[in-house]
Ligand binder design. Sequence first.
Ligand code: GDP
Length: 425
Amino acid sequence: MTITAIVGANWGDEGKGKLTDVLAVHSQFVVRYQGGSNAGHTIINEFGKFTLHLLPSGVFYPETTNVIGPGVALNMNKFKMELQELVKRGIHEPKVCISDRAQVVLPYHILFDELEEERLGTSKFGSTKQGIAPFYADKYAKLGIQVSELFDENLLRAKLNMALASKNILLTHLYKKSPLHVDQLMEQLQEQAAFIKPYVCDTTVLLQEALSKGQSILVEGQLGALRDPDHGTYPYTTSSSTLAGFAAVGAGVPPYAINKIVAVTKAYSSCVGEGPFVSEIMTDEASELRKRGGDAGEYGVTTGRPRRVGWFDAVATKYGCQVQGATEVALTNLDVLGYLEEIPICTAYRIGNELSTEFSSTSRLKQAEPVYESMPGWKCDISHIRTFANLPIAAQNYVLTIEKLIQAPIRWISVGPKREQIIER
Ligand code: GDP
């Protein structure tokens, strides 16, 4: 059995999409197991540049089956738009299966997400306003709607009526907005349901069969370890677990079958949204790094927001790799640092009089100051290099130092956003 998990070691945007696109060539299945359309993966391959929010990153391989697992927050509208966009841009129609147990993001989840961020004002969490927190709140309050329920008109209407009874009280009294009407919602949902129907199946049976045949599966996480609700910087987290440990649950596969866990991290840090970010840089150096980062600067794929940037945080990344259970690491965006004379690495946190190399709870992190050690830069373009030995010695040393600090083996080094710009060690 080979299931590989590709997950983030930091705050998200580490380059997981690129890694999944690279590794999917050997996989019959690529599975999304959590989150919704609230983050985006950038993929640049022979077909062009794509940002996927909901579709698994295996959609560019015609033979790969792409699964939206039970743990995903399915925005049916976004699903339709993404699929149609691929076909419009000349990609073959990908093989996609949606779990009949996945739940759907409802229009009022998105509405409540916006209204709540507005109400919180300066105490907001930096939501992407895709309805994710209200969606998971309803899911665990057992008010959610599973894909299979969309096709039972009476049941769907009854569930919506039950939900609206309380939603409309909040809408009219707390947020001072007009109430929602069940007929309108029914019409919208039934239209969307008709579109997704051909893709719906029991993905648990599908994946169990794949496992029994020895087929290879990639499970793909969204965001990163530090956004996990239990292990991350709560409450500046997302609402479903971003960890490889949850992949078994959200995808519907045995935990012991996930035998490879690739934790992805950038060669510097970036973070979208609020919350403690100890190695953040706020000077002009930040604008320079932001401008040079990623494939077109560090701006959020879903929101377009400028990403907060900082130096590589070895404390956060060691922790991220630990909680992910990384068996190997992919270090991306190494090429971006080629302009620097010296490259600081955050090796510890100072909290009061104490030095710590542990990533602690949010309240302590808020008081932490970064402790830096600097490495010499390599001052050249490395984006064409394809072997570790051919990297400049300073770049090799940077990688080896990070590997030692995070205590996990770096197997993949990405030196550009394109599929072929990858070094395997
Ligand atoms: P994901 O959500 O983890 O897939 O990450 P995003 O796609 O949101 O952000 C990663 C950014 O880095 C995107 O702009 C990618 O195109 C870009 N990228 C990935 N790997 C590399 C790399 O090695 N070098 C450069 N310059 N950009 C990269």
